[in-house]
Structures are given as C-alpha cells and as structure tokens.
Design a protein around this ligand. Structure first.
Ligand SMILES: [Zn+2]
Length: 93
C-alpha cells in the first residue's frame, strides 16, 4: 500500500495503527459474504453442508485480498472529512 496518494498527496495512514480498526470492517464484510454464499449454496442450490463449508473456505481465500483493500478504503471513508460528497474517480483510490 502506498504511503500517500500520488495525485493529491493524501496521507493514507493518519497515525500508527490507524488501520487496526479496518480489521472489524473486514470481519463484517467476510461475515456478509459467508452468510450470502451459504444461503445461496445450501438453501437455493441445494448443495450438501460439506460442499458449502469447503465453498466458504475457497471463497475466504479468493476474496481475502479484495476484503483487505476494501476494508481499508471503507475505514478511511469513515474517518476522513472530504470537501465534497462527490466520489473520487476509480483510479484515484
Ligand atoms: Zn488522492
């Protein structure tokens, strides 16, 4: 992860340990994904409990890097005041 934004020089980690709280956001994201996947796999597709469990494990591995970055982005949005409510361009984050 970059220390600062290369366009606006925004410092991402405001203080040491700032992203510690992003762990809780990551937990919430992961739980939401697990519950969604489990409901789809077990109740809608009718897969066995074992298949659903291993599907959840594979899902956790595949989405771990995405959840890591996404949780930090959400954490920064919670604690950063912005001048406007306009969302930044996709390449800016
Ligand atoms: Zn920027």
């Amino acid at each position: 992860m970059y220390e600062r934004c290369n366009k606006c020089n925004f410092k991402f980690e405001r203080e040491p340990g700032f992203f510690f709280g992003a762990m809780f956001v990551s937990y919430a994201l992961t739980a939401a994904e697990f519950i969604t996947f489990s409901i789809i796999s077990y109740f809608i597709l009718g897969m066995s409990l074992t298949t659903t469990f291993f599907g959840v494990v594979v899902l956790a591995i595949l989405l771990s890097t995405i959840n890591f970055r996404l949780s930090r982005i959400i954490w920064m949005y919670i604690f950063t005041k912005t001048k406007s409510t306009k969302l930044p361009a996709s390449g800016e984050i």
